[in-house]
Design a binder for this molecule. Structure first.
Ligand SMILES: [Mg+2]
Length: 384
């Protein structure tokens, strides 16, 4: 038998980067535009080292559960992803199973490097154009995306750039009338020319607010409505009720973890599309969701941009759009633009048809910009 890569240690390198012209809105969570502001952000590189010198690496904060997982993982064959997924899923049942994903993605990167193949090839995928939706930050009150006219202008700009779809993240604080005006402004401007989605990101205060916003989405024939209100995106009962009242397809399950609750959500008639979040469920977990969705005749939509999302999406039939976000007309900046030498996301990272492609190198197929990371390093941590 050929030599196998045995996990030997975990290493984290934390670094800083800055976002220009961005700030946080009223609640301190949502990133919004503000000219002249800078936000200092932190990110880490997680590295999983093996006995063969193959290292799995990805951008990720250190999972707080890693000290629980590390004694189990060290000494394991890194290629045994399924067994490790099942064992860690059980082990972290009291920690909301956070941390499974980071380990799993690193193991896929190791597998790709071990077999000298991109992850999508191990998944049986093929390279194809991945159509993107331009996904905005939340609305601001600072001269950026601060009114329906500004959103409509930006949607039109994205359409002209080739984007086939556009997703609104609206304002915080449940500004229902403004949200509805925005749906109509964007719908009237570009509806019928590109697919439109709305993601209030659970900001709407009540179920009633959600019904009103949903009726507006119906009028403009939105492609989906996502996580509208403050149940936090997890009530199966409420979203089944909502589906009985509005016509716009719902995209739920960004905020439920692992396979079984996703399937339960779909079987409860509480969503039309499934959401796959690789940052929570890993590549192994999201492939299970994708195949479960396929078995129900449904589509799965990946949350957020990133190399792992591209590898998975290019390996599936039953998916529609890549989330290119968060993109804004007046500022551009995501961590990927500084952290990699051969990969980027952002408003201008698409081709003239609004598409991107999966990386083709081994594993995740991305190279980290260690010059930048070391020059901006703020912390370092090893578990061996
Ligand atoms: Mg969302």
């Amino acid at each position: 038998m050929a030599e196998k890569p045995i996990i030997t240690k975990f290493e984290f390198t934390e670094f800083e980067y800055t976002l220009q012209d961005m700030t946080r809105d009223y609640n301190g969570f949502n990133l919004v535009y503000e000219k002249g502001s800078t936000l200092t952000m932190k990110q880490s590189v997680m590295q999983v080292h093996t006995s063969m010198g193959i290292t799995g690496e990805l951008l990720s904060a250190m999972p707080h559960t890693l000290p629980i997982l590390a004694p189990y993982l060290i000494g394991k064959n890194a290629l045994e992803r399924e067994r490790i997924y099942q064992d860690t899923k059980r082990a972290l049942r009291q920690q909301a199973r956070m941390g499974i994903a980071q380990v799993d993605i690193a193991l896929w990167d190791i597998a790709g490097k071990y077999y000298n193949a991109p992850i999508w090839e191990l998944l049986g995928g093929h390279i194809r154009p991945l159509p993107c939706y331009a996904s905005t930050p939340h609305g601001d009150h600072n001269g950026g995306l601060d009114c329906p006219e500004a959103y409509a202008d930006f949607a039109e700009q994205c359409l002209e750039m080739g984007y086939p779809a556009f997703k609104i993240h609206g304002w915080g604080q449940s500004l229902v009338d403004l949200e509805i005006a925005n749906i109509h402004a964007v719908g009237k401007r570009v509806g019928g020319k590109m697919d439109l989605m709305l993601d209030p990101a659970c900001e709407l205060e009540t179920f009633g607010d959600t019904v009103k916003v949903g009726w507006a989405c119906d009028e403009e024939r939105f492609f989906w409505l996502e996580d509208p209100y403050k149940d936090g995106g997890i009530s199966q009962f409420a979203h089944r009720k909502l589906r009985q009242i509005i016509k716009t397809p719902l995209l739920q399950t960004e905020h439920v973890r692992t396979l079984e609750p996703h399937v339960d959500f779909a079987l409860a008639d509480a969503t039309d599309y499934l959401r796959g979040d690789i940052g929570y469920d890993g590549i192994t977990g999201v492939m299970k969701l994708a195949h479960a969705a396929e078995g129900l005749g449904l589509d799965i939509e990946m949350h957020g941009p990133g190399p792992a999302q591209r590898h998975v999406m290019t390996s599936l039939r039953n998916t529609n759009y890549y989330e290119m976000g968060l993109v804004h007309p007046k500022c551009e900046g995501t961590v990927s633009n500084v952290a990699y030498t051969n990969y980027e996301d952002g408003l201008h990272a698409v081709d003239d048809k609004g598409c991107v492609y999966a990386p083709t190198g081994p594993g995740l197929g991305v190279e980290l910009n260690w010059d930048y990371i070391r020059a901006h390093q703020t912390g370092h941590f090893v578990i061996a």
